[in-house]
Design a protein around this ligand. Structure first.
Ligand code: DAT
Ligand code: MG
Length: 162
């Protein structure tokens, strides 16, 4: 793993924003979902349970504004507590998307969170950033810099990445 740190994160590393949506919290799958990212080897560097204000939900899902499902999506994501997280690791954004599975659970592969635990698109349990720009934007929307762990090199990291 790279020793070359910039802003508290090694240059070979990536960060992504993940959230357990209200359906996942209500159904009691917070631990199960966190466990799947841990098992994959990603590092949890930010974590909080929160109630999302409507303005934050609208900004977070800004790319979908104007689409027919937008109002329902905002209503859903603000309907109960979520668990917001930042996961760090090599290729963390794509890795997390793969752990989560396809947007529509009807098409999500078995072994993914959505493919194992969800049934339809409006109750798909988890959010994960879809690229480096959205990851940076979403982490900034949900977390203050001081809420994130910096310069944390786990002893196990050398057994996860060469
Ligand atoms: P993802 O969450 O996989 O990144 P997305 O960014 O395209 O998917 O959409 C955000 C969320 O909006 C998605 O998790 C569920 C909801 N959504 C997307 N398309 C939808 C649709 N056609 N009908 C209802 N809800 C939809
Ligand atoms: Mg998305």
């Amino acid at each position: 793993m790279s020793e070359n740190l910039s802003g508290g994160i090694a240059v070979s590393q990536e960060r992504t924003f993940v959230a357990v949506k209200p359906d996942g919290v209500e159904r009691g799958y917070v631990g199960e979902i966190i466990s799947r990212f841990e098992r994959r080897g990603l590092k949890l560097v930010g974590l909080k349970q929160m109630q999302v204000p409507v303005e934050l939900a609208e900004r977070h899902y800004g790319e979908h504004k104007g689409k027919p499902f937008f109002d329902g999506l905002v209503k859903f994501i603000t309907s109960g507590p979520i668990v917001a997280m930042v996961w760090e690791g090599k290729g963390a954004i794509t890795l997390a998307r793969n752990v989560i599975g396809a947007t529509n659970p009807a098409q999500s592969a078995p072994g993914t969170i959505r493919g194992d635990l969800a049934v339809e698109i409006g109750r798909n349990m988890v959010h994960g950033s879809d690229g480096p720009e959205s990851a940076a934007r979403e982490i900034g929307l949900f977390f203050k810099d001081e809420e994130l762990i910096k310069d944390w090199n786990r002893a196990v990291d050398k057994w996860v990445c060469e």
